[in-house]
Design a protein. Structure first.
Length: 611
């Protein structure tokens, strides 16, 4: 849940490490540090609590020169944010330095054993255990020591290791946490995410679980858990560094909201040939589809909300029982899974630990599995195989609060629902063509929805003092309200909650009073009158209403709303794709008006790789 970087080559390491950490700062962190093997052969360690600016100031005053180093931005899991708890961590002599993402679950028992053997700990972290353990196991070969340590460590980890006794090598290893190796003649890089590498190389190796990477100026070697050398062809990253820059926008989140029309296009067009009934992109054939008895979508957070919307579409179009399951709960409930069940794991990063665990549980119990994710080569994609992975092609998403990933996940689930419906004979070909036509024209309609930004900026400037916000809707609008509430609380720290509008009278209406703000999404044709009835109940209690509605409903909704946000008309199933844009903009504008750090919300990280 943090940022790892490493460099070995002919250049000074510290500036490269700092550049990489800055590019990974979107992942969330509370302290940072670097360790560099200096020209005197000793490890120079510099760590600082707080922002990277603090570390940079420290390096400016008292830097360390050397051409081999590792760096880290930490998000606290063990011990408070402090200079002592910041990574990298070293052994007692300072000969070995380690950076680590993940959680060592058996760190307490290892700590006790190491202390009995003379180790003295200075931090509260689980990571320091790794440094002392490697020192205890080291007998002249760090690769061998690391292999032994991996057999003793329980939990998840991505590790970067340097050692003064092997000053011309960086070692790395992973289990459950992502790690990427960058390849360039005469140089080597490690990072927890691709953006840290792109200014130096586009050729990368995605390290697999229980593998070790050995980087030197002569090249990269990868070993399996038995120490056997593995053959790798580097993957060439197609998107460039500009895709991961702000491009003139004030924040990454705003840039990524505005990138959604193009992202939707990239998700749809490679899968649309224009030939009726052509679903060659789907890794499941008509016979298997007709045998399916249930579909379960497992995901967390924003991806789970996309799954809730997808469930509605699948049941409506394909007439297959569908469920959206919270991945962190799924495997602990002893799920009943049959061989004719399809389980779809949805994850932006493809590294979400809970989603990966749920996917493995479904596989273990005999389910057919697929994945929807954005990152090629990610753990979830490898778990099901590229042939069973539907990539969203959304491009890099830097802001912690996901926007275009959610958009493309919903779009892909709708496309899946259309395909399943037609393949099962439940969806007439003419209706499928109509939906495909609207998806083809979706980017242009999304551009129109983006025009609500100025209106939402004005409203947010007046409403940013609110401490509580309710989001309501019915059907697909309720599914969308769940995501809208999450976005607002993520970036503005306003307490927000989503309710199915018909459930207000079953308890939550007790919280409505003068001045309370309710945001209603009104897009589903069959549910408009029911939703408006609920809004009258809201208004009768003195609450104010912001309504997101389709243009054709303006006259019906206007009397029940204090502020009306209009979006283009579309088929009911496509309306969430249009309505999510003003809801994302609302969260963004409220956060900006409140002075929040939009791209780096407190306590949050981009890729949650621990359970």
């Amino acid at each position: 849940m943090c940022g790892i970087v490493g460099y070995i080559g002919h250049r000074e390491a510290s500036p490269i490490l700092m550049e990489g950490l800055e590019r990974l700062s979107y992942r969330g962190y509370d302290s940072a540090g670097v360790a560099v093997i200096g020209r005197d052969g000793k490890i120079g360690l510099r760590k600082a609590k707080g922002r990277l600016e603090n570390l940079q100031a420290l390096l400016s005053e008292d830097g360390v020169q050397g051409r081999v180093g590792i760096g880290h931005t930490r998000w606290a899991t063990h011990g408070e944010p402090s200079n002592l708890n910041a990574h990298p961590h070293t052994d007692m002599k300072g000969d070995i330095a380690v950076v680590h993402n993940g959680i060592i679950e058996n760190h307490l028992s290892l700590r006790r054993q190491l202390e009995m053997n003379g180790a003295q700990f200075v931090s509260q972290t689980d990571t320091e255990v790794v440094a002392h353990l490697l020192n205890f196991l080291y007998e002249g070969d760090m690769k061998t020591a690391l292999l032994k340590a991996m057999s003793m460590l329980e939990g998840s980890y991505a590790l970067g290791v340097i050692c003064t006794r092997e000053p011309h090598v960086i070692y790395c290893a992973r289990l459950g946490s992502p790690l990427v190796i960058g390849c360039k003649e005469g140089e080597g890089f490690i990072a927890s995410d691709i953006p840290a590498l792109l200014s130096h190389t586009r050729d990368v190796i995605f390290l697999k679980d229980k593998e070790i990477g050995e980087l030197s100026r002569s090249g990269v070697k990868v070993y399996d858990v038995f120490g056997n050398l593995q053959h790798y062809e580097p993957y060439h990253v197609e998107w460039d560094l500009n895709s991961a820059e702000k491009g003139g926008y004030a924040h990454y989140m705003l840039k990524e909201i505005h990138e959604q029309p193009e992202a939707a296009k990239k998700t749809f067009e490679p899968r649309y040939s224009g030939v009726p009934g052509d679903y060659g992109w789907l890794p499941i054939g008509p016979e298997e589809v007709r045998r399916l008895r249930k579909i379960t979508i497992v995901a967390c957070g924003t991806a789970y909300h996309a799954g809730v919307a997808g469930r509605y579409a699948i049941e409506k179009l394909a007439r297959i029982p569908a469920e959206a399951a919270i991945a962190s709960e799924y495997r602990y409930r002893e799920p009943v899974i049959g061989p004719e069940e399809l389980v779809i794991a949805v994850s932006q990063s493809g590294e979400t630990a809970d989603t990966l665990a749920a996917l493995r549980e479904a596989k273990r119990r005999g389910a057919r599995v697929m994945a929807i994710c954005n990152v090629v080569g990610s753990t979830i994609a490898r778990e099901v195989g590229d042939a069973n992975t539907l990539y969203t092609y959304a491009g890099p998403e830097i802001a912690v609060a996901s926007t275009k990933a959610y958009m493309t996940q919903m779009e892909l689930l709708l496309m899946l629902a259309i395909a399943l419906g037609e393949m099962r004979g439940e969806l007439p070909a003419e209706r499928a063509r109509e939906l495909h036509s609207q998806l083809h024209g979706l980017p242009a309609e999304l551009e129109k929805a983006l025009l609500t930004e100025q209106q939402l900026q004005r409203f947010a400037s007046l409403a940013s003092h609110k401490k509580h916000v309710f989001f309501v809707g019915r059907g697909l609008d309720y599914a969308l309200s769940m995501e809208a509430a999450l976005k607002l609380k993520e970036v503005s720290y306003i307490f927000s909650e989503a309710y199915a509008a018909g459930e207000l009278k079953h308890g939550p209406i007790a919280l409505l009073q003068e001045g309370r703000l309710v945001v209603a999404t009104v897009t589903q044709s069959a549910l408009v009158d029911k939703t408006l009835s609920n809004l009258r109940e809201v208004k009768a209690r003195g609450a104010s209403v912001v309504a997101i509605c389709r243009e054709s409903l303006r006259d019906k909704v206007q009397p029940e709303a204090d502020e009306l946000i209009l979006i283009p008309d579309a088929d009911d199933l496509l309306m969430p794709l249009l309505a999510v844009i003003p809801l994302q903009l609302f969260a963004y504008c409220m956060a900006v008006a409140r002075g929040c750090d939009v791209d780096k919300p407190r306590n949050l990280a981009k890729s949650v790789t621990v359970e």
